[in-house]
Write a new protein. Structure first.
Length: 404
């Protein structure tokens, strides 16, 4: 029997199941934005409650102006890889700037956050073992898979399980790898415990701060800052496509670690450098992020409103303590029906499910480009749809969560 190598499951299968239930949830094109924080989709004005533009910077006029200026000065592409012709001075400025911001010695910019995580392959050689949280982002998993060492998964956030694995697995070099804030369920990795285990077992700790950069910490420098561990990082990876409103990725940490990956990681060496417009946008966004802490405060305020509002009507948003607000459903068909009801009501959220997540869920995020009115609309839409679909809910309102 000849099989079609292209015909392999994944999101397409999930989509087929949803379509059978009349739900068309993926690859829906945004046609534009209104000035008051609404998105235009299918000709309708909706609350986009699924964006990772946490601080509302992707459409900030200062960020756009910086990108336009760089486009005029350097062109649309660097037309080559970083080690050869594809480095511009903007990359170097951005690397120095972001290293300083993260409290790290050095940083190397990648073309996407995904590629920053693929760079881990270069750190996982024969005889090495990577200990990877079971809910890590796909890009961390793929980075490790491209390495030649072994990967052992530990139960999500479970320090005891990780300790057992560290104790029993023979290894030359050890890496512990985790998301900082988990991308789908919004819970925070136990960084102090992970750091202590890394020290005890002489392992390097790698943290993907995609969803905590700009969100956690008094300065917005992410989970290491929030935990007071900036001076003990081995490697932080992050993306510019979330709180920095741009595109691109970065690895940061002690100069020796960053330099090794800058030279050895194939995803950094063999790909065209970050477009100058994206580098300039990220640089400008960093300035705004630091100068305007009120954006982070607004993000947290709206996150609190969302968590509390949904929990007040008996919808559980655990385990999140962050602006990523998950609401779980028994299966994709029910999550899909709820998603369709929300869309009909003018609220667009993210519909996600296994294998990307441990369960069928809606992932809801508001950003600093939104206000209390948007939050109110989201909560009202959830209430109406839950009533109409008779969604199972806790009998009592659930108590508020403490936002991280
Ligand atoms: N890490 C995490 C935790 C992410 O959520 C994402 C994006 N979804 C990435 C890495 C990849 O970042 P980028 O979009 O810049 O490729």
């Amino acid at each position: 029997m000849v099989v079609d190598p292209f015909a392999k499951g994944g999101l397409q299968d999930a989509e087929a199941v949803l379509r059978a239930h009349g739900v068309d949830a993926y690859f829906r094109a945004v046609e534009g934005w209104t000035d008051d924080g609404f998105a235009v989709l299918g000709g309708r004005t909706v609350v986009m409650a699924g964006s990772n533009d946490y601080l509302g910077l992707s459409r900030d006029p200062r960020v756009i102006a910086a990108a336009v200026e760089a486009l005029g000065r350097y062109g649309a592409s660097v037309s080559g890889s970083r080690p050869l012709n594809g480095t511009v001075d903007l990359h170097e400025r951005l690397e120095a700037r972001i290293a300083g911001f993260l409290g790290q010695e050095a940083a190397a910019v990648a073309t996407t956050g995904f590629q920053a995580n693929l760079a881990l392959a270069a750190a996982l050689g024969p005889g090495d073992v990577a200990f990877s949280d079971a809910r890590n982002h796909a890009s961390l998993i793929d980075g490790l898979r491209l390495g030649t060492g072994k990967i052992l998964t530990y139960r999500h956030g479970d320090l005891d399980h990780l300790r057992r694995r560290l104790t029993t697995a023979p290894a030359e070099g050890r890496l512990i790898v985790t998301d900082g804030v988990f991308s789908m369920e919004g819970d925070v990795a136990p960084l102090r415990g992970l750091r202590d285990l890394a020290d005890e077992f002489d392992a390097k700790l790698i943290v993907d701060s995609a969803h905590d950069l700009g969100v956690l910490g008094t300065r917005g420098a992410g989970l290491h800052e929030a935990a007071g561990l900036e001076d003990r990082a081995d490697l932080i990876t992050a993306t510019f496509s979330k709180a920095l409103g741009s595109t691109g990725g970065v690895i940061a940490g002690p100069a020796a670690n960053v330099t090794r990956l800058r030279y050895n990681a194939r995803s950094l060496v063999f790909s065209a450098g970050l477009p100058p417009a994206s580098a300039a946008a990220a640089l400008q966004a960093l300035d705004i992020l630091e100068a305007e802490p009120q954006r982070r405060e607004r993000l947290r305020r709206l996150a609190r409103l969302l968590h509390d509002g949904l929990r007040a009507i008996g919808l559980d948003t655990r385990p999140s303590t962050t602006p990523i607000v998950p609401v779980a459903f028994p299966d994709m068909a029910q999550a899909g029906a709820f998603w369709a009801g929300l869309t009909e009501a003018g609220v667009v959220v993210n519909l996600v499910g296994p294998p990307a997540t441990s369960r069928a869920m809606l992932r809801v995020t508001l950003t600093a480009a939104h206000d209390e009115g948007h939050a109110e609309r989201v909560i009202q839409a959830f209430t109406r749809v839950a009533d109409r679909l008779r969604t199972p809910r806790a009998a009592q309102p659930l108590p508020p969560v403490e936002i991280s």
